[in-house]
Design a protein around this ligand. Structure first.
Ligand code: HEC
Ligand code: HEC
Length: 456
C-alpha cells in the first residue's frame, strides 16, 4: 500500500513538473501572460489551424492524385505517341484506334461523376457507340477516363498528347453504371488494368528500348509478359524483366489505402510515402520534377538507373515537389474499405483473430492495428520462406511486411508481391508449412475468414 502511494505521488509530481515546464515554455513564447489568456485558448487556435491545414492538404492531394500529370504528357504523348494510337488513323492518328470497349477491356475505368446527365441516360439505354474511338476522345475531353488526361488542339477535336496520373493504377470505380463505369474508388488497386498492353499500343517505343539498351521487339515482349494488374517499377532501374524461373518480374499494383502509420512502403521498402511518390512521379510517370537518391548510383544493382543518372534528376520547372505534401496527406487519409456484409463468416473470423495473434504467430510481424511492424518493417526472403529475387532489386534487399487492411478488395491477381499465391488459403498453407505451425484445416480457414474481414 505504502509503496504504491509513493509511486503515485512521484508520478503525479512528475506530471505536475511536466505541465509546469510546458506552461512555462508557452508563457515565454506568447506575449500574453499565461495566467490571463490561458494556454488552452492558444492551443485551440493552433488546433484549428492544423485542422484547416490538414483539410486543405487532403483536398490538394486528392486533386493531384486524380488529375495531375506533372507534365508527363511529354513522355506518354510526345515521345511514346500513345495519343495517336488512341485516336486511330481515321481521326488523324495511327492504327485502328481505341474504342471505349477496347479501353474497358484493358482495364481502363470511366468516372461516371464526370459524365453529363444526358450521356449517363444514353449509356443506360445503350445509345452510345462504344465501338468508336471518337467516343473515347469525347470521354477524354470530359476528363472521365480515370488516370488519363487528353490534351486537345485549339479546335478541341484533335488529340495532341496524353498524360497519366496516380489514379490510373491506384483507383478503380464501383461499376455502378456498368462494368468499368461508376464512381471513383481512390486507393483501390486496379487489378484489371493491363499496363503492359496499354504501353504496347504505342507506335514508337524506341525511347524505352534506348533506355534499356535492348531492341524494341524485346521491350514489347516484356510488356506483353506483365498481364493485368501488374507493373514493374524496377525495370527502368535494373533492366531485369524475368525472374530466374522465367516468370515475369512485374509486381502486383498494391492498394494505396490503409497506409497511415506504416513506416516503409512498396513491397521492398524503398522508403516513405513521399519518397515513393517523388520516385514514381519522376522516374516512372516521367513527370517534371526533382529527385535525389544516391542509392541509385550503384551500377551493379541498378545499371540502367546509374547510366541514365536517375540518382539525381533536376528540372528547372519542378511540378512534383510542391505536390508531395498534399499527396502524402491524401494517401494517409484513405482508409481501407470495410468488407461488404456477407463476404466473410464473422464467427470463423473471430476464431481466426485469436489464432492470428496466438498459435499462428502472424501478429508478430503483422501487428494489429497497422498489420505491419511499428518500426523497421522489413524481412529477408528466407525469413518468410521465399526467394530473394525481388528483394534484391531494392536497396535494403528485403521484403516489407504488407499491411493487410482491405485485403478483400484486392484478391484478383493473387497475393505476395508477384501474386505467387492465388488465394488466401494458399498464403496460410505456405506459412503453416514454413513456420511448422501445425494449423488444422479448420484453423487455416478461420484465419482466411479473419483476413477477409480486415478493413477500416
Ligand atoms: C503504372 C502504374 C502506377 C502508377 C501510375 C503509380 N503507381 Fe504507385 N505503385 C505501382 C506499383 C506496381 C507499386 C509497387 C511497387 C513496388 O513495390 O515495387 C506501387 C506502389 C505504390 C505505393 C506503396 C504502397 C504500399 O503498400 O506501401 C504508393 C503509396 C503508391 N504507389 C502511390 C502512388 C502515387 C501517389 C502515384 C502518383 C504519383 C503512383 N503511385 C503512381 C503502380 C503505379
Ligand atoms: C516474419 C514476418 C511475418 C510473419 C510471421 C507473417 N508474415 Fe505475412 N507477410 C510478411 C511479409 C514480409 C510479406 C510480404 C511478402 C511479399 O510481398 O512477397 C507478407 C505478406 C502477407 C500477405 C500478402 C498480402 C498481399 O497483399 O499480398 C498475407 C495475406 C499475409 N502476409 C498474411 C499472414 C498470415 C495469415 C500470417 C500468419 C499465419 C503471416 N502473414 C505471418 C511477413 C510476415
Amino acid at each position: 500500500m505504502v509503496p504504491r502511494l509513493i509511486t503515485r505521488f512521484l508520478s503525479n509530481w512528475r506530471q505536475a513538473l511536466a505541465v509546469a515546464v510546458i506552461v512555462g515554455t508557452l508563457g515565454a513564447a506568447v506575449s500574453v501572460p499565461v495566467a490571463q489568456a490561458g494556454h488552452r485558448g492558444q492551443a485551440d487556435l493552433r488546433d484549428r489551424m492544423s485542422d484547416e491545414q490538414a483539410q486543405q492538404l487532403i483536398e490538394e492531394g486528392r486533386d493531384t492524385f486524380r488529375y495531375d500529370t506533372f507534365g508527363d504528357e511529354t513522355f506518354w504523348g510526345d515521345t511514346l505517341k500513345l495519343h495517336q494510337a488512341i485516336e486511330g488513323a481515321d481521326l488523324g492518328g495511327v492504327g485502328t484506334g481505341v474504342s471505349p470497349k477496347t479501353a474497358l477491356s484493358v482495364g481502363l475505368k470511366v468516372d461516371s461523376g464526370a459524365l453529363p446527365q444526358q450521356l449517363v441516360q444514353d449509356l443506360q439505354k445503350g445509345r452510345v457507340n462504344l465501338d468508336s474511338p471518337a467516343t473515347t476522345l469525347a470521354l477524354l475531353k470530359l476528363d472521365a477516363v480515370v488516370g488519363l488526361t487528353g490534351f486537345f488542339d485549339a479546335s478541341g477535336t484533335h488529340l495532341q498528347s496524353i498524360g497519366i496520373q496516380c489514379a490510373l493504377c491506384h483507383s478503380t470505380v464501383d461499376d455502378s453504371l456498368a462494368p468499368g463505369i461508376g464512381h471513383r474508388l481512390d486507393g483501390y488497386a486496379n487489378r484489371d488494368l493491363n499496363v503492359g498492353a496499354i504501353i504496347n499500343l504505342s507506335p514508337d517505343l524506341s525511347a524505352v528500348a534506348t533506355l534499356l539498351a535492348v531492341p524494341e521487339t524485346t521491350v514489347r515482349t516484356v510488356l506483353t509478359s506483365w498481364g493485368p494488374g501488374k507493373f514493374d517499377a524496377e525495370l527502368f532501374l535494373d533492366g531485369k524483366a524475368f525472374q530466374p524461373d522465367g516468370r515475369s518480374a512485374a509486381t502486383l499494383i498494391p492498394a494505396a489505402y490503409g497506409l497511415a502509420g506504416v513506416n516503409l512502403h512498396t513491397y521492398t521498402g524503398w522508403g516513405s510515402v513521399p519518397y515513393w511518390n517523388a520516385f514514381v512521379a519522376n522516374l516512372e510517370m516521367h513527370g517534371k520534377g526533382n529527385f535525389f537518391d544516391p542509392r541509385l548510383k550503384n551500377a551493379t544493382q541498378f545499371p540502367v538507373a546509374a547510366r541514365a543518372g536517375f540518382d539525381n534528376v533536376r528540372n528547372a520547372d519542378d511540378r512534383i515537389t510542391p505536390k508531395l505534401a498534399g499527396l502524402h496527406f491524401y494517401q494517409l487519409s484513405l482508409q481501407a474499405p470495410a468488407p461488404p456484409a456477407g463476404s466473410f463468416d464473422p464467427a470463423a473470423a473471430a476464431r481466426g483473430d485469436a489464432l492470428f495473434s496466438g498459435k499462428a504467430r502472424c501478429a508478430t510481424c503483422h501487428t494489429d492495428p497497422l498489420y505491419t511492424e511499428p518500426g523497421w518493417n522489413m524481412h529477408t526472403g528466407a525469413e518468410i520462406g521465399i526467394d530473394n529475387f525481388q528483394a534484391d532489386r531494392a536497396p535494403d534487399h528485403a521484403y516489407r511486411t504488407t499491411p493487410l487492411k482491405g485485403l478483400w478488395a484486392h484478391q484478383t491477381g493473387g497475393f505476395y508481391h508477384d501474386g505467387r499465391f492465388a488465394t488466401l488459403s494458399q498464403v496460410v498453407a505456405h506459412y503453416n508449412s514454413h513456420f511448422s505451425l501445425g494449423l488444422s484445416a479448420q484453423e487455416s480457414s478461420d484465419i482466411v475468414e479473419y483476413l477477409k474481414s480486415l478493413g477500416g
